[in-house]
Design a protein around this ligand. Structure first.
Ligand code: UD1
Length: 420
């Protein structure tokens, strides 16, 4: 089968305006938690990406009627009184966020069967915190024939849960289960990414009682029922951050509309350290860069730390920076796999465990490379923009999973990027 690829011609300064849409990592979860309430929930500002279409399909198979208006960026989900409770491997393997139906299904139906997501191109990603947390809430869980099978025929009950690591997915599954549990649940060392806040806010408007939103300790008082709502997805901070890094790498000038600078405090500080001028605008921010960036050390950490999802792009930036930098990946092991592709573009990078030492080069050298995941794909395209000649990025579908209209947006900023 022929797969789409991106052709990127290097050497252009990006300039102009670009608008950021809703966050993938929020939209998918908001759609899943619609399952908690019978009736029609409407999600607005939904990005037009492949992963959302996979979630459309998953919710349909669970018995919902899903109407997706791509033009209006709106998904309406009619949730029936009786849901199916099984998420099959063919969908879960395409998109790990499918496991976000686990919490809502156990809470609402008293049972759920969700296929194990399996390997991921950014290293092994366990489900142990999801499973042990649901067990604390009274669910019985077994893993059989590649499925996580959870049952709580008499409903869930509130419990004290401590997460060993502030896992985004585990926090989401546990909050969305606890909202319908009897009694009070406390989740300690919870994740507090802006997408978790978005999820908690939607749950609260559906009738949930949650204290401590935006902190590491969530207190959830269970309610008997939830009601459907209309909710708007928070802007995508990873895409906003990608544009900011693109401006710095190409010595450009980009106005990033809808970017929320408070969601990007540390990444923006790093870009200022690299030499960028960043100014707040009415609804967004502007990033201007005149010179070659300075190399900056970065360590990824849970929010508000530097996001692991921007790590590949900051490695790309350091590859053409003045000086050397150490980039440390603390969230996902195996997230340096794309470094080999960067080396094909002439980058000088050495990795040792979860550290990467990047020695900046004046420019990269265009070559054919392959995207291994969404964020690595974006980083390779940015690297192509600062390479001599024509870079081909194979496996464009990875970009479709997270970046709506990436090539069009790049072209509107002056880049020569084509999908072929
Ligand atoms: C989500 C995001 C992803 C982002 C990540 C961290 C979505 C769809 N994906 O992924 O883009 O990079 O947050 O901000 O929202 N872990 C365990 N056991 C568990 C759960 C997690 O060991 O039960 C480990 C993982 O292997 C990983 C770390 O915890 O090393 C963080 O994972 P987690 O925060 O859960 O990330 P995701 O929710 O998968």
């Amino acid at each position: 089968m022929e797969r789409d690829r991106f052709q990127v011609i290097g050497g252009v300064r990006l300039h102009g305006k670009v608008a950021v849409g809703g966050a993938k990592n929020s939209a998918l979860k908001l759609m899943a938690l619609a399952l908690l309430a019978e009736g029609t929930t409407v999600i607005e500002n939904v990005p037009a990406i492949l992963d959302v279409e996979i979630m459309d399909e998953l919710l349909t198979r669970l018995g919902c009627e899903v109407e997706h208006d791509f033009g209006a960026k709106k998904v309406s989900i009619r949730v029936p009184a009786q849901l199916q409770h099984r998420a099959d491997y063919d969908l879960v393997r395409k998109m790990r966020a499918s496991i976000n139906v686990l919490g809502p299904l156990v809470a609402r139906c008293g049972q759920a069967e969700v296929a194990l997501p399996g390997g991921d191109a950014i290293g092994p990603r366990g489900l142990d915190f999801h499973v042990s947390g649901l067990e604390r809430l009274g669910a019985q869980i077994k893993v059989e024939h590649g499925f996580v099978i959870a049952s709580a025929p008499d409903g869930l009950r509130g419990a004290d849960i401590y997460l060993e690591f502030p896992s985004v997915g585990a926090t989401e599954n546990l909050v969305t289960a606890a909202v319908l549990a009897r009694g009070v649940t406390t989740i300690d060392n919870a994740a507090r990414e802006p997408e978790i806040i978005d999820i908690c806010q939607m749950l609260i408007s559906m009738g949930a009682i949650i204290d401590g939103v935006g902190t590491h300790t969530l207190h959830i008082s269970g309610v008997a029922n939830m009601k459907p709502v209309v909710h708007t997805v928070v802007p995508d901070r990873v895409i906003a951050g990608t544009w900011a890094i693109a401006a710095v790498m190409t010595r450009g000038d980009i106005e990033i509309q809808n970017a929320v600078s408070e969601h990007l405090t540390i990444p923006l500080e790093k870009l200022v350290e690299a030499g960028a001028t960043i100014t707040a605008q009415d609804h967004g921010l502007r990033v201007v860069m005149h010179d070659r960036p300075r190399a900056v050390d970065v360590s990824t950490l849970p929010y508000p730390g530097f996001p692991t999802d921007l790590q590949p792009m900051i490695i790309a930036m350091n590859s053409i920076a003045n000086g050397s930098a150490m980039v440390t990946e603390n969230v996902f092991e195996g997230r340096f796999m794309f470094v080999n592709e960067m080396i094909r573009l002439g980058a000088d990078i050495k990795t040792d465990g979860h550290h990467a030492i990047v020695h900046g080069r004046e420019r990269l050298s265009a070559a054919p490379v392959t995207a291994t995941d969404i964020r690595a794909g974006a980083a390779l395209i940015l690297a192509g923009l600062v390479s001599d000649g024509e870079t081909i990025v194979e496996d464009a579908f990875h970009l479709d999973r997270g970046y709506p209209n990436f090539a069009e947006d790049l072209r509107s900023l002056g880049a020569e990027v084509n999908r072929i």
